[in-house]
Design a protein around this ligand. Structure first.
Ligand code: AMP
Length: 370
């Protein structure tokens, strides 16, 4: 694809917005397709289609306008992807979506690659939970197979008597019961694979959640180089197994057993990821540019970090801190242009930079000034 070409993006949230901005930096145009009015990406792309994903006339026009198509979220309806794929390249392809849309397939895929996952069981009905608990033990987490993100469709069981409450909480739908992992920290690997098979990965960040929503990513995670290398290998194995093109993230738990750290994979996101937002400010080529390069068939860029970084999500009312954040010399503020603040809604993020070596192993992260 040459400069001036158009990349179609399914989904118009903040990830689509940051992808469109990265494309513009490279002289590429974007056309964003999203059902919601006032989507954050609509502000920054050349063309917009506001339509539902089952509108074939709209999808057809969208495909005609784009040279290649990508997406910012994994729950794109597979019918829309199949329709588009018959007209234009969709990258990454359906293998990535097929696997990432279903937690059961995802875990089976990881296990088949020899990557450790928490023990899990398929749950089709309430009666499946008791025998699965007997094998897995407590605590355990019941998660819906489809449409889960940010902890939605999840229930943590501490007692076998909670089976019915858990089943109701997930909406009485096909699920997976998995062991609760007693992790010491959570990290992720953000990796990219190009159309030429080139591979690149960023230093894994540590990710801190509150209410199952990412609050903070710290780059680099305070882990050994050996563990960081293992995380990178997991990213590569996943990407190569499905001939992946673009950026993907694998969320990983770090556990400590007999004085040894171990990685357990939790989830794969076949897209740019919130825990990689710090790459915008701490790396020469961000995860967003990297994804655009891959979709365009261009070589991947360098992933080296020139600074340490702490990325804080601005969730709900956190956005009220923007005047202090924008005034802080060491902080880069990114706001998503969302007009309505709601509890739990990601309104923007702020990345504080520090010289390399500031946040490494055993060095506490200073509190954010604002
Ligand atoms: P997920 O939607 O699977 O990414 O889960 C969201 C968050 O819930 C994770 O980042 C963890 O903090 C927590 N979580 C999910 N599954 C488990 C588990 N099996 N054991 C411990 N914590 C979990």
């Amino acid at each position: 694809m040459a400069p001036g070409a158009t990349i179609g993006i399914l989904g118009g949230g903040q990830l689509g917005r940051m992808l469109a901005l990265a494309a513009a930096e490279l002289g590429l145009r974007t056309h964003v397709f999203c059902p919601e009015q006032d989507s954050p990406a609509f502000d920054v792309c050349r063309r917009v289609t506001q339509s539902s994903y089952d509108n074939e006339a709209a999808l057809d026009l969208f495909a005609r306008d784009a040279d290649a198509i990508t997406f910012e979220f994994e729950n794109v309806p597979s019918s829309a992807v199949a329709f588009l794929r018959a007209r234009r390249p969709v990258l990454p392809d359906e293998r990535a979506l097929d696997m990432a849309q279903d937690r059961l397939k995802e875990k089976e895929f990881l296990r088949a690659l020899g990557i450790d996952v928490a023990p899990f069981h398929r749950i089709n009905r309430l009666a499946d939970i008791a025998p699965a608990l007997a094998e897995i033990g407590l605590p355990a987490v019941l998660k819906t197979r489809l449409y889960g993100y940010d902890g939605k469709g999840q229930y943590v069981l501490h007692d076998a008597g909670e089976a019915e409450a858990a089943w109701t909480a997930v909406g009485e739908t096909a699920s997976v019961l998995e062991a609760f992992v007693p992790f010491s920290r959570e990290i992720s690997i953000i990796a990219a694979r190009g159309q030429d098979g080139g591979f690149a990965a960023y230093d894994p960040p540590e990710n801190q959640h509150r209410g199952q929503i990412l609050r903070r990513s710290l780059a680099p995670a305070p882990i050994s180089q050996a563990l960081a290398d293992q995380a990178r290998d997991i990213g590569r194995q996943v990407a190569e197994a499905i001939d992946y093109v673009g950026v993907l993230a694998v969320e990983l738990f770090v556990t400590e057993e007999n004085g040894k750290s171990r990685l357990i994979a939790n989830e794969i996101a076949p897209r740019v990821h919130n825990s990689g937002h710090w790459t915008l400010d701490a790396c020469a080529v961000s995860q967003f540019e990297q994804h655009i390069r891959a979709v365009a068939g261009w070589p991947l860029g360098p992933t080296a970090r020139h600074s340490d970084a702490v990325m804080d999500n601005l969730i709900g009312d956190d956005i009220d801190r923007w005047p202090q954040l924008v005034a802080a010399a060491d902080t880069r503020l990114h706001l998503y242009g969302k007009t309505q603040t709601r509890a739990g809604r990601k309104m923007g993020h702020a990345t504080r930079l520090a010289p390399l070596g500031s946040f490494g192993a055993n060095r506490p992260v200073p509190e954010t000034a604002a």
